[in-house]
Design a protein around this ligand. Sequence first.
Ligand code: FAD
Ligand code: AMP
Length: 478
Amino acid sequence: MTQKFDVVVIGAGPGGYVAAIKAAQLGLSTACIEKYTDKEGKLALGGTCLNVGCIPSKALLDSSWKFHEAQDGFAIHGIQHAGVTMDVPAMVGRKANIVKGLTSGVATLFKANGVTSIQGHGKLLAGKRVEVTKPDGSVEVIEAENVILAPGSRPIDIPPAPVDQNVIVDSTGALEFQAVPKRLGVIGAGVIGLELGSVWSRLGAQVTVLEALDTFLMAADTAVSKEALKTLTKQGLDIKLGARVTGSKVDGEEVVVTYTDANGEQTITFDKLIVAVGRRPVTTDLLATDCGVTLDERGFVHVDDHCATTVPGVYAIGDVVRGMMLAHKASEEGIMVVERIKGHKAQMNYDLIPSVIYTHPEIAWVGKTEQALKAEGVEVNVGTFPFAASGRAMAANDTGGFVKVIADAKTDRVLGVHVIGPSAAELVQQGAIGMEFGTSAEDLGMMVFSHPTLSEALHEAALAVNGGAIHIANRKKR
Ligand code: FAD
Ligand code: AMP
């Protein structure tokens, strides 16, 4: 007999697994189809984020930062030690254990919530039927009242640098190095390139980042991207802007890369090369030709503001649809869709999705940049507070960067919070909460912040918007 569910989800990444759990919590019979297996050949839920994305990259970033601190950051505290070494396989093994814990945690959550987990490749057929091809090759068709497509994304390949997962790797391969490469090349100065470049640079690799664009971190506020370029360069990342990779030749255990910049064609040799030029939606064998769901011109599943596709009862969420490729965006879309399936009036505020780059210092922002607002003709007041003036940052010997709060000059409503510095991601989240409730800079300034905290920098930046900062000379006078 054909199985039938209220909701069938294809893909168990942060979009799909969260949607499945929420659907089950709301009383809908739910199945989630996932095909990804780990190195032991076992089904691993959690998608890119848990297996080869957010979590493993943060595990290596944290380990490598601790190593860097032990090497260069302890002496100032008076801590003397005879020298530190890094056991790379142990670091990578720790990462693998964290991944295992979290992915099996999703399986436990599925059981606890009553989600039926189905291993296999899911394909949407006409009439909201889903074909599942199991690992043994057998095929089953299940029926659904509602289908949520959450197949995610995969790294973009570029012809000049074909990935072999040995010398030329993508982000997944770069999480698996068993030794520190002496000369590491990274193509692309985006979030993933900078994070992975930072990991291996901290462990001693000589890192060169080749970025085709002339502008560094184009999406960030200019003040932040300038500070980031200065700091990351000081840390040893050689970031070459306006450098477009045009070819590569693997020769044994090294690769000669050709790129063009303002001075013409250049070559450079690396021991490993990470290709981090972005990600593209996964739609391979996902949609039967007669299923009715359409793709847009860039290959993303076409959806409206509420993630509904062109077929009633079929939705798509996460990296496979327009917008930022972020785990928290995928998850919230999953929640919104399920709430709407239940008939609730849920919607998502796409204007307040925070962005984070987990370098050190961290870089994070929410809302609009000063440049974007000015281009729109919005008059703004800006308040900035440097961590160099924060007692908490001084105590931690982590004083790089600043908090920048941007408010509408007429209404004082906060329109953007941009941070480069310690715990930037956490500070920006405070800004996001305030902005969701329509906070003004004055409101934030009137709140009581614990002392001493890094959060006080947000407080002071909000005060500085109207010339009222206490612990810094105000650029703007009241
Ligand atoms: P995915 O996580 O890609 O999951 C999709 C799942 O669907 C996969 O498991 C896939 O196997 C499965 N699937 C696909 N097709 C089928 C099919 N036909 N049948 C069955 N199963 C299928 N985002 C952040 O927010 N913060 C970060 O710090 C961050 N760091 C990152 C670091 C790296 C190195 C990378 C690569 C990404 C990072 N991201 C980060 C991005 C984040 O991982 C993605 O935005 C997020 O995973 C997208 O979620 P998703 O559910 O849409 O898709
Ligand atoms: P993101 O999309 O944020 O992950 O960033 C990827 C970056 O890779 C972008 O800034 C692109 O400009 C850059 N990029 C893409 N192709 C090339 C190339 N051939 N050489 C150098 N940089 C590239």
